[in-house]
Design a protein around this ligand. Structure first.
Ligand code: TXA
Ligand code: MG
Length: 318
């Protein structure tokens, strides 16, 4: 879009970079921040103009609400009424890769566009030291979707952010690679019962341990994550899943020691945490080669659940 034509600053991962990021947020500008999951495109969640610019910079549909990032549980409780099950998982997993959707509190002060007009808000307390430092320096709620053009592969490095959004945002705080690598797990609550809206960085097994049972799957009820479109995280190339071997011309992304011949691998040893951390970088690399992509099977447990969710969306027809 032609209204975007700025020089995107690359901020260093130190006190000066954090101070500059907070000052830009205060001025209503957008800054891409590293979190433990993926880079987020951050703006002041109380500033309607800043929030409008997030949607515009990403080309994000206005009906797809944003996640609000706060420094701690106390800040989250000023924005939403968290049911008991939400408080249990918040105590167990915050700060960390978990997002909770709960009813907005009166006087929340968020720009209405953050929640796309919904009566609920998605809240997360990130664990990444730089994200925490910026939240503390800024001192307020920060809306931050993943820092990629809408529908494209999520960014796990400052270079990924710049490839998609350079010239459209004020700055990126360069914190290196994101350690978890897949987005946060999103939990909603229906009559107090946890509903899994998106698989992510907290595994279903870890949630079940705290909740006593795995969260029920979204779909049947009225709680939905509007952003969960089938075609998402899409590389430009065609993608084929559960590929035991590449077909002619395909680039093969392996997983585990049985895929020794693969050009790229999510994890040579078959480590699911490593595979999650590498997933989007490997997809970015594969996409840059401009050939069709075949991906080896990934087990459906631990972070494999989130990995397979992203792979299915990346491979979905569009
Ligand atoms: O790890 C993450 O969650 C990253 C980092 C930056 O924090 N953020 C992220 O944001 O993945 P985004 O915008 O790419 O995904 C946000 C998801 C969307 O699927 C959206 O529909 C859902 O959260 N969401 C936001 N508010 C919601 C609400 N009130 N009810 C249901 N779903 C909501
Ligand atoms: Mg996203």
């Amino acid at each position: 879009m032609s209204e975007f034509n700025c020089r995107t600053e690359i901020l260093p991962p130190d006190a000066a970079g954090v101070a500059r990021a907070a000052a830009l947020l205060r001025a209503g500008d957008l800054v891409a921040l590293p979190t433990e999951t993926v880079y987020g495109l951050a703006g002041d969640a109380r500033n309607a103009q800043a929030v409008a610019t997030i949607y515009a910079a990403k080309g994000r549909p206005a009906l797809n609400p944003l996640i609000v990032h706060v420094a701690d549980l106390a800040a989250a409780e000023q924005l939403a009424d968290l049911p008991p099950a939400a408080l249990r998982v918040a105590h167990a997993f915050w700060p960390g890769p978990l997002t909770l959707v709960a009813p907005l509190r009166t006087g929340h002060g968020l720009a209405p566009a953050v929640t796309a007009g919904l009566a609920t808000v998605a809240l997360r307390v990130p664990e990444h030291a730089l994200a925490r430092a910026v939240l503390n320096a800024f001192g307020g709620p920060v809306a931050a979707p993943s820092a990629n053009p809408s529908g494209r592969i999520s960014p796990t490095s400052a270079a990924h952010v710049l490839a998609g959004l350079s010239g459209r945002i004020a700055a990126v705080l360069d914190g290196g690679a994101c350690p978890v690598g897949v987005e946060s797990t999103i939990l909603g609550f229906e009559n107090g019962t946890p509903v899994l809206l998106r698989a992510g960085g907290v595994s279903p097994e870890a949630l079940a341990e705290v909740l006593g049972a795995a969260p029920i799957a979204a779909g049947g009820g009225k709680v939905t994550a509007p952003g969960q479109l089938p075609s998402h995280y899409a590389p430009r190339a065609r993608m084929r899943l559960n590929a035991q071997a590449p077909a002619a011309g395909e680039i093969w992304i392996g997983f585990g020691p049985d895929c020794a011949g693969a050009e790229l691998t999510l994890s040579a040893t078959g480590d699911l945490d490593e595979a999650a951390a590498r997933l989007f970088a490997v997809l970015h690399d594969a996409d840059a080669l401009g050939r069709a992509i075949a991906v080896a099977p990934v087990p459906e447990r631990g972070l494999g659940v989130a990995i397979n969710d992203r792979l299915r969306r990346a491979a979905a027809p569009r």
